[in-house]
Write a protein that binds this ligand. Structure first.
Ligand code: DGL
Length: 272
């Protein structure tokens, strides 16, 4: 039976990815799951992020999805490989789980001129070293400097992304990154929550530095993936429908999600 494409994040950040994907591929049906009751994932251990992500993936499969996108860098960094290699063959070898790190890494080589790239991410993503390791595989000449931004996800989750507190923390982390490497000319927003802070990130980033948000990259890669995998494409239902699930209270989700996702938000509570 055909099913929707599922998008998963620890909270609201993945909505930035869903938004881009729906613009690129409006014909498909989507379900979105935010594990808002357990967010943020960024400060949690490898084992916990893996366990939470696996629970979410299994649940999304049971809701009919054949394809799950982990629209979360932390989950992509800490859980994706284990799920793909260890769990999927036992759950259902025909289903697929994709992440957001690899597609982002593949574009940096074409963008940087100085071969110095900055990555902003959660503590978990930075400590996993996923970005430096993955970039090294495709563009070994690139020097990667990372900055963990532990407060940024909370600013977004608490709708404080345009407040003065956000200015303080964005400036602090960006300055710290560019003090360590002033040659950076390309900056990856390695957390799907960060596009919500884009205005402030631009304000404190040196002029001329390219800022990469993942929405557009991931949605183009998904289009490409579906084209190259007709066996998966035919399992994705088409109706232009989108449904939301949250582990938090639906009213809270609707209110906050409405800030950065335009359109009708039909949301249900889901226990993981
Ligand atoms: N959107 C998630 C990411 O891309 C945020 C992680 C968190 O919950 O801390 O990493």
């Amino acid at each position: 039976m055909k099913g929707p494409i599922a998008i998963f994040d620890s909270g609201y950040g993945g909505l930035t990815i869903l938004d881009s994907i729906r613009r690129e591929l409006p014909e498909y049906d989507y379900i979105y799951l935010g594990d808002n009751a357990r967010t943020p994932y960024g400060s949690r251990s490898f084992d916990v992020v893996y366990e939470y992500t696996l629970e979410a993936v299994k649940r999304l499969f049971s809701l009919g999805a054949h394809l799950v996108i982990l629209a979360c860098n932390t989950a992509s960094a800490k859980a994706l490989r284990s799920i793909q290699q260890k769990d999927l063959p036992g759950i259902d070898p025909e289903r697929r789980v994709l992440g957001v790190i690899r597609p982002s890494v593949e574009v940096v080589g074409n963008l940087t001129k100085t071969n110095h790239v900055g990555v902003l991410g959660t503590v978990g993503t930075v400590l996993s070293n996923s970005y430096p390791l993955e970039i090294d595989k495709v563009s070994p000449e690139i020097i990667v400097e990372q900055e963990a931004c532990p407060m940024w996800v909370s600013l977004v989750e608490n709708s404080e992304f345009d407040g003065d507190g956000a200015d303080y923390f964005v400036k602090k982390n960006i300055n710290s990154l560019f003090e360590r490497d002033s040659k950076i000319d390309t900056l990856i927003l390695g957390c799907t929550h960060y596009p919500l802070l884009l205005e402030k990130i631009r304000k404190y980033t040196p002029q001329g530095v390219k800022i990469i948000s993942q929405g557009e990259i991931v949605s183009k890669r998904l289009r490409d993936y579906l084209f190259r995998h007709p066996e998966m494409e035919t399992k994705c239902s088409k109706g232009g429908d989108v449904r939301f699930y949250t582990t938090e209270h639906p009213d809270k989700f609707r209110e906050t999600a409405g800030i950065f996702f335009k359109g009708n938000i039909r949301v249900q509570h889901l226990e993981l």
